[in-house]
Design a protein around this ligand. Structure first.
Ligand code: NAI
Length: 460
């Protein structure tokens, strides 16, 4: 049996940060050190001003305040933390490869491999190594091979413990998970991790499987979730042509208990760092095994999502009399969903990019995303010279200012506060006719039409 007194987590990001904070809160007797090679991020985690933590999640700062300095520590000294830990979580990023073989599809595992090599080089006592990052199925085989060929007498046990939290509700999801999944080969190592979670999670919600099932379950879960969004989005387009209303259709099918009502909301498309990358990864793995039908099937989820973003932008352009050149368009919401400051793969980036191709004047407002992030996100696309982006895009700290003199407002994130705005005031200061393109079906059609807006929502 293993006794876990010290945990180290490599990668203090959207997953490592909240996950370790909650474990530290629930297990005050275990010392947890989160390490990251990004010194700025670690400094932000250590910032006395809790509003400046690098990640915004409802409820997170209170937990950090409770545990930080007691049994939760943030450091850039990766090696020291590895050496003293009994259990090491790897929670580094696994982005889509942007070079070489599998470019644009496969997961880039260089960060994972670096971690394994660093652990192999530093460890002087036995360790349980936990894959927390989302990984291609069979990655544990590669980790094993790196860790077991060090020539030292240190034993390593590898577990897969994928994370199912959703950004925006990370703390709630961690405190009250639908399930915790632990894959592994060594019973005692599995038990050591079960013992940690079972301090606050009922044991019948803690599933143990073999390594490969655990790795593959995470990719599969994200593929199924994204597929539901693309499925309802595909129907939204048909609704717009036929007079059916996608919300009514979603409600009608969702009451079938075999289908279920969650995750059936039509929108401008899913974003976030995971869905697209994990499906591409699944597609790539299927192709690697020469399973073309399986690969094509899942790839269509991405095709549909890209189409949804494109057609949302096309609709704006067409509706504004086929030109947005020089027209001010207010973008409300830049984060990929509400209650997070994460913008990775956000639909807002792509919709704005299409509008910028048409020389639109983009004014962005988001309650949690800093201005510089908006520019960096657009510049990463490499669609146009930097000075052109800076000329065409502005970011406002005030939503009313963002909407002032605009021809159209596009709602791209479902932030609750957008519902509370004084839309009659917004209308008074916009150009006429004043258009609202609601990519999240957030606002009330009747209310907006009564105020004189021309209102478009997806799937109506
Ligand atoms: P992130 O990019 O926010 O954080 C990863 C951190 O790892 C970065 O701060 C980076 O500097 C650090 N890092 C990378 N290599 C390192 C090394 N060798 N040594 C020290 N630090 C290193 O990524 P995020 O969103 O936390 O995702 C991590 C993993 O969790 C990914 O595999 C992702 O697919 C998965 N995941 C993400 C979820 C999400 O909602 N963001 C949900 C469930 C799983």
């Amino acid at each position: 049996a293993f006794t876990i007194k010290k945990i180290c987590c490599i990668g203090a990001g959207y997953v490592g940060g909240p996950t370790m904070s909650v474990i530290a809160q629930q297990c005050p007797d275990i010392q947890i050190t989160l390490v990251d090679m990004n010194a700025e991020r670690i400094a932000a985690w250590n910032d006395p001003d809790l509003d400046r933590l690098p990640i915004y999640e409802p409820g997170l700062s209170a937990i950090v305040e409770e545990a930080r300095g007691r049994n939760l520590f943030f450091s850039t000294d990766v090696e020291a933390a590895i050496e003293e830990a009994d259990m090491i979580f790897i929670s580094v990023n696994t982005p889509t490869k942007n070079y070489g073989k599998g470019k644009g599809m496969a997961a880039d595992l260089k960060y994972i491999e670096l971690c394994a090599r660093q652990i192999a080089a530093v460890a002087t006592s036995d360790k349980i190594v936990v894959e927390k990052s989302t990984l291609p199925v069979r990655t544990a085989a590669a980790l094993k091979s790196i860790l077991h060929n060090t020539g030292s007498a240190v034993n390593f046990h590898i577990l897969s413990n994928p994370e199912f939290l959703a950004e925006g509700t990370a703390v709630q999801d961690l405190l009250n998970p639908d399930r915790v999944l632990i894959g592994g080969e060594n019973k005692d190592a599995i038990q050591a991790l079960v013992d940690i979670y079972s301090r606050w999670v009922e044991t019948d919600r803690i599933l143990t499987t073999n390594l490969w099932s655990s790795e593959l379950s995470k990719l599969t879960a994200n593929a199924f979730l994204a597929q539901r969004v693309s499925s309802i989005n595909s129907i939204s387009e048909l609704c717009e042509k036929t007079g059916a209303d996608v919300q009514e259709v979603a409600r009608a099918i969702g009451m079938d208990s075999r289908i279920g009502s969650k995750f059936l909301k039509a929108s401008v498309g899913f974003g976030g760092s995971c869905f697209q990358k994990d499906i591409l990864n699944l597609v790539y793995i299927a192709r690697t095994y020469n399973l073309q039908e399986v690969a094509d099937y899942w790839e269509q989820v991405i095709v549909m999502n890209n189409h949804q973003k494109q057609r949302f932008a096309d609709n704006i352009i067409q509706t504004l009399f086929n030109t947005v050149n020089g027209k001010k368009i207010a973008i409300l919401g830049w984060a990929f969903k509400k209650d997070t400051n994460d913008t990775r793969e956000s639909a807002a980036i792509y919709v704005s990019d299409y509008l910028l191709n048409e020389q639109a004047d983009i004014h962005v407002y988001d309650p949690k995303v800093p201005a510089e992030k908006v520019f960096v996100d657009l510049e990463h696309l490499n669609s146009r010279p930097l000075d052109e982006t800076r000329r065409l895009v502005s970011v406002s700290e005030d939503p009313y200012e963002a909407c002032k003199d605009a021809h159209a407002v596009a709602i791209l994130t479902e932030w609750d506060e957008f519902k509370e705005y004084d839309w009659s005031k917004i209308k008074r200061h916009m150009k006429s006719p004043a258009f609202v393109f609601d990519g999240r079906k957030l606002l009330d059609r009747k209310q907006l039409e009564d105020l004189g807006f021309i209102y478009y929502a997806i799937g109506e």
